[in-house]
Design a protein around this ligand. Structure first.
Ligand code: FES
Length: 319
């Protein structure tokens, strides 16, 4: 189970229409007291009454202390997350959420920042824009959606004039954004942030790999890119207790630990939120997550136990 100390109660105070399939949801503390602070790019986990836990990026200004605002797109293949939020969540409802966490932090002193959004991937970038504006930093946004009508936050973004470029590939004459032309047009002091569908992020990362230092290129995945490692057949040794846990076929490491009654933190169970990150003391993980960079995965210092497996017969974890 997710550890209780990471959670808090919030009350839904407003729902706003942003586009035909996108609403924003504004949460406050039930008693109006200040909420824990957050940084640009942070997300919260909603613990839904149907048992699901879903991560949503915060799209309000990081300086806000009285509210959290998330944008939720109704996913046509929703398994009960976004469809529940759209259909069942009502103003006044009290929900448990995870305190803000950030796997997509903003480098605040970059000479220039290029933000690239695909669809609902705009949400963390909205918080970044407000932070960059507060700091007086140079930035630009490329915002890709199928059509003008399907585009959220248009009114709020128009105030920034030519710094915001809309790209609608589903409209007559519209075409996909060419990453190469954007990524090669800026010097090594520019940082790039991309958030959107997996195919878009894969294309962005492939282009970024040809453009020098990976430290300037930042991505956030919403959904798992690879299937979790469930072939089993290895052991996990828990360094703090010395216990040896067998991970059998059909189970993830997280499943095996929960079966043994071991209390570990987790949330998305998909390798995208980072909650279950665990230090690796020995052995070689089979990384399947979307949180660690390729370099961090190669270093094998930590792993996401909800989805990653093992390439060695035994993994020793700092648990
Ligand atoms: S629980 Fe989200 S990455 Fe593992």
């Amino acid at each position: 189970m997710k550890k209780a100390m990471d959670t808090l109660q919030v009350q839904l105070r407003a729902i706003r229409y942003e586009a035909p399939t996108i609403n924003t949801y504004e949460f406050h503390a039930p008693d109006g007291s200040p909420l824990p602070g957050f940084t640009a790019g942070a997300h919260i986990d909603l613990h839904l009454p149907n048992g699901l836990v879903r991560s949503y990026s915060l799209c309000n200004a990081p300086g806000d202390t009285h509210r959290y605002v998330i944008g939720v797109n109704r996913d046509p293949s929703s398994r009960g997350g976004s469809s529940w939020v759209h259909d069942a969540l009502r103003v006044g409802a009290v929900l448990t959420i995870g305190a803000p966490a950030n796997n997509f932090p903003l480098v605040e002193d970059a000479a220039h920042t290029v933000l690239i959004a695909g669809g609902i991937g705009i949400t963390p970038l909205m918080g970044m824009i407000q932070r960059l504006e507060a700091l007086g930093r140079s930035w630009e946004l490329h915002y890709c959606t199928r059509t003008r009508e399907a585009t959220a936050f248009v009114g709020a973004l128009r105030q920034y004039g030519s710094r915001v470029q809309f790209h609608h590939d589903g409209e007559p004459g519209g075409k996909r954004l060419e990453f190469a032309s954007i990524l090669t047009q800026h010097d090594e002091h520019t940082h790039f942030y991309c958030c959107g569908p997996t195919a878009m992020l894969n294309a962005f990362e492939a282009t970024a790999a040809t453009c020098g230092s990976g430290a300037r290129f930042h991505v956030e995945y919403f959904a798992a890119g690879e299937a979790p490692a469930t072939s089993g057949g290895f052991n996990v040794q828990l360094a703090r207790s010395g216990r040896l846990i067998q991970v059998s076929a059909g189970k993830t490491i997280l499943d095996a630990l929960i079966d043994e009654g071991i209390d570990v933190s987790y949330s998305c169970s998909q390798g995208v939120c980072g909650t279950c990150e665990t230090r690796v003391l020995a052995g070689v993980p089979d990384h399947r997550d979307m949180v660690l960079t390729k370099g961090e995965q190669a270093a094998n210092r930590s792993m996401m136990i909800c989805c990653s497996g093992s390439r060695s017969e035994c993994l020793v974890l700092d648990l």
